[in-house]
Design a protein around this ligand. Structure first.
Ligand code: ADP
Ligand code: MG
Length: 380
């Protein structure tokens, strides 16, 4: 990718460039915990965005997207927002950098990537983090990685209409090869955990479906969590978030809240504990426990939080049948991928079986993405 970018840059702009990169991400465990003040456990992956960049001495940004084979040009004032969606991510990063007192002047850029779009691997965060990191370096703004992650998050909020949390940008800025990062979504404290899964492979199996109810169901889940928290707070007023609640506190209010709200809260409280347990297991290199916790999360998302779907549950069952160590739905649910931790010697058999059985049942093959833990935002 690097050579391709440097060549294209030379052809388009006639000068050399610096090359920067960032990564998409997985989340091994910690689902629907972020907006409940709990833990997530993401890590950067070997699929990302790469960009060649050099200042051009003007007030204009000139960018070429290799993957879209499209060119965009825009100024750096608020009213200069470009037409193309992909260019808005870059424009947003420029604007958010400037809003924070940083310097951005005109530059030329060529970029491309290999994060599958909309598969739950956060290609958009990889794009934002690449440019946030690069502009910070090139114009010497001195923002720390957290601020760069926030620049990406604000770009989604203010220029792309996506009210996302901080996890995706956090992972693609802070990611390190061989590590996952446990982030406390309430305090933003974080800790690296070794992720040396020698003898295993990480693979995503993409259902290639996205069921429509996703956003309304999401809002309902959030409401249920708020209701459960409000009930708990009447007895335990210092409970800041649902993740701070003890399981027995939820039992105390069981009769006072709709059973649906109870189930949702049960997922959240259980999931927070599973993240902690999984991190302990990682430190012991106990991948059997890691995998079992992944299956427990899938069960909880499917039966308690009810954000799975037929396709995802099917792939999860196939994984069990193939002796895959761990498997669960990754991301918001109602479609997207399962993330699987599988022993190397079982990998081929699992993939063949998953493709075959899924195609027979649903009439189309799932997509397969091999995943390797990698570095996040960096200069090459
Ligand atoms: P994801 O879940 O992958 O983040 P999004 O819809 O949030 O999906 O972001 C995808 C968008 O990010 C694309 O529509 C495009 O605008 C931009 N994008 C991602 N990867 C690339 C790329 N390689 N080249 C150009 N634009 C990209
Ligand atoms: Mg995105």
């Amino acid at each position: 990718m690097k050579e391709k970018i440097q060549e294209k840059f030379k052809v388009l702009f006639g000068v050399p460039c610096d090359v920067y990169a960032s990564a998409g991400r997985i989340n091994l465990i910690g689902e629907h915990t972020d907006y409940n003040g709990g833990y997530v456990l993401p890590g950067a992956i070997d699929k990302g965005i790469m960009a060649g960049i050099a200042p051009n001495g003007t007030d204009l940004v000139k960018v070429f997207s290799i993957d879209y084979n499209e060119y965009a040009q825009f100024g750096l004032e608020e009213e200069d927002k470009p037409e193309q969606q992909w260019a808005r991510y870059i424009f947003g990063v420029c604007r958010e950098t400037i809003k924070r007192g940083g310097t951005v002047k005109g530059f030329n850029a060529v970029f491309c990537g290999d994060v599958p779009l909309g598969a739950g691997l956060s290609s958009s965060a990889a794009l934002e983090s690449t440019f946030a990191f690069a502009l910070n370096d090139i114009f010497g703004n001195g923002f720390d990685l957290f601020e760069l992650a926030r620049i990406g998050q604000s770009t989604e909020h203010n220029y792309c209409g996506v009210k996302c949390g901080i996890m995706d940008q956090f992972a693609s800025c802070f990611g390190k090869a061989g590590y996952l990062i446990r982030l406390n979504c309430k305090t933003l404290e974080y800790q690296y955990f070794p992720f040396n899964y020698e003898g295993y492979k990480m693979v995503l199996v993409d259902t290639c479906v996205k069921h429509e109810l996703a956003s309304s169901a999401y809002n309902k889940r959030r409401e249920s969590c708020e209701n459960a928290l409000a009930a708990i707070r009447k007895r335990h007023p210092d409970t800041e978030t649902l993740s701070d609640a003890k399981r027995i506190w939820l039992e105390e209010v069981k009769a006072e809240i709709p059973s649906e709200d109870y189930l949702r809260a049960e997922h959240v409280i259980g999931e927070v504990q599973r993240v902690l347990d999984l991190c302990d297991a990682l430190e012991r290199k106990d991948f059997e426990t890691v995998g079992e916790l992944m299956y427990q999360t899938h069960f909880s998302l499917s039966r308690l939080y009810e954000v799975s779907c037929e396709e995802l549950d099917f792939l999860n069952k196939v994984a069990r049948k193939c002796d895959v160590t761990g498997s669960r739905v990754m991301g918001g649910g109602f479609g997207g991928c399962t993330i699987n931790l599988v022993k190397e010697e079982l990998y081929d058999q699992f993939i063949r079986t998953a493709i075959d059985l899924y195609a027979k049942k649903f009439g189309r093959a799932p997509k397969i993405y091999d995943i390797v833990s990698s570095d996040g935002a960096r200069k090459l």
